[in-house]
Design a protein around this ligand. Structure first.
Ligand code: ATP
Ligand code: MG
Length: 431
């Protein structure tokens, strides 16, 4: 019976079939040790001369790194293996034996070398563990919303009306229509959907032509956005801390073996429970000024500022009430101080920066028109968006969570490029 490595522990003593790949073979006369993987895990297969037919034993001598192979054998308990078992082979059948040496064969390949071979690098242990965490993060996000009665709304990737800063948009020609842009957010569409279905979310790729070459920025990244009708700022903040705690808890429950393999300190993640600390933008500026940062009220924070603020806390921290001029046109002014808006950024601990950008949205028609003008945006392009304020407008709020930044933080990665299978960065679209 074909069994995956991850399930082998339930088949101790049984005859099984494994289908996968050889990471390495060590041989010593009468015995071969195959370091085997099948996409669900890694295991040692022991091939003893007097336990297999002659052809199988001879086959093992031909096996090279990344040969594909089918193995029949018996599952044995083995306390030293991470899966608690190893397999004693009875038959070894190669599927394909490479003619050339596998290019990823040293522990110290440089990052550019590995990125150029990302299609193969994905097979490596560390990348396997990261992708398994990513998979759980994506499941956690969807489950969180579905458990709470949210409706998934898939927002378009070709967009006419633009979300935020035009400078960061990828532009393309769309038949006779003229210029369209790759979505850098689905927010405006989710706002429409929340007035139709109440609680909505999306999960999909977004595109930003940002020249910022930092360890936190990708050109193509996945974003999860949520939007809720009748939610105000406070409701919005609570939803975000519940979501982030849920994701972390989920990953700790379902994928802690992968986190441990990545060397992640689980204790730090175990602290991530609501409520999260909060400071206002104005308090944050004072904190920064008192610690030698050259910043004045009204400036936006860069990576260093965010890292410093976050380093004051063990949990993710909300920075709220930014100056209206530093943020997007659609954010609702604070009734107590119209110079600031009802928004928050959620900063991850340990220097991972902003993982969420959020706000209550302007629901008043006249105020929204005023803001579009103030930001010099083409009112015609926003006509459908203004319709949402013409019919059945209500206070509503939402946010966008950067999926790869969240994964990078949870896994403890140095750079965001390992958090996505095929990263698109300033200098790389291959493979
Ligand atoms: P930053 O100031 O860090 O560039 P932003 O303010 O442009 O972020 P938003 O527009 O609020 O970010 O996007 C929502 C979330 O998407 C961010 O909180 C972040 O987690 C993520 N994000 C934004 N830009 C990128 C990017 N280039 N690569 C990866 N994730 C990103
Ligand atoms: Mg940005």
């Amino acid at each position: 019976m074909w069994i995956y490595v991850r399930d082998l522990k339930n088949h101790v003593g049984e005859h099984v079939e494994l289908r996968g790949w050889v990471r390495n073979v060590r041989s010593s006369g009468k015995i071969h040790f195959i370091d085997f993987r099948d996409g669900t895990g890694f295991i040692q297969v022991v091939v003893e001369k007097n336990n297999v037919d002659e052809e199988s034993f001879a086959n093992c001598k031909k096996l090279k790194m990344e040969s594909s192979v089918i193995i029949h054998g018996v599952v044995k308990e083995d306390k030293r293996s991470p899966w608690g078992v190893e397999v004693l082979a009875e038959r070894v059948t190669p599927v394909q034996i490479p003619q050339e040496p596998y290019p990823i064969n040293k522990p110290d390949h440089g990052i550019e070398y590995l990125m150029e071979r990302r299609h193969l690098w994905l097979r490596s242990k560390r990348q396997f563990h990261i992708m398994m965490v990513r998979n759980e993060v994506l499941k956690a996000i969807r489950n969180f919303y579905w458990e709470r009665g949210f409706v998934q709304i898939d927002t378009p990737i070709f967009t006419g009306a633009i979300g935020e800063t035009a400078g960061n948009l990828f532009e393309l020609d769309y038949f006779d229509y003229g210029k369209v842009y790759l979505a850098q957010t689905g927010q405006l569409y989710l706002e429409a959907a929340c007035l139709a279905y109440g609680k909505v979310f999306n999960l999909g790729p977004t595109f930003r032509a940002e020249k910022s070459k930092t360890r936190r920025h990708l050109i193509e990244f996945w974003m999860n956005e949520a939007e809720v009708a009748y939610y105000e700022h406070e409701d919005n903040v609570r939803l975000q801390e519940e979501l982030v705690s849920y994701i972390v808890r989920w990953v700790l429950e379902k994928a802690s073996d992968h986190l441990i393999a990545l060397g992640r300190d689980l204790k730090k993640l175990e602290k991530v429970e609501p409520p999260f600390p909060r400071i206002t933008y104005t308090e944050a500026v004072k904190l920064l000024q008192n610690n030698g940062f050259d910043i004045k009220w009204g400036d936006d924070f860069g990576g260093d500022e965010e890292t410093f603020i976050a380093s004051q806390f063990e949990k993710p921290v909300f920075v709220t009430h930014y100056p209206r001029k530093a943020k997007a046109f659609y954010m609702q002014p604070d009734p107590n101080n119209p110079e600031v808006v009802l928004c928050d950024d959620l900063l991850a601990p340990e220097g991972y920066g902003e993982i969420i950008g959020a706000s209550q949205r302007i629901h008043d028609y006249d105020l929204l028109v005023e803001r579009l003008k103030e930001f010099n945006l083409p009112i015609e392009a926003y006509d459908w968006y203004l319709d949402l304020r013409r019919w059945g407008s209500v206070p509503h709020s939402g946010f966008g969570l950067g999926v790869e930044r969240t994964i990078a933080w949870i896994c403890g990665l140095e750079h965001i490029r390992e958090a996505i299978p095929f990263p698109r960065t300033l200098y790389r679209v291959y493979p």
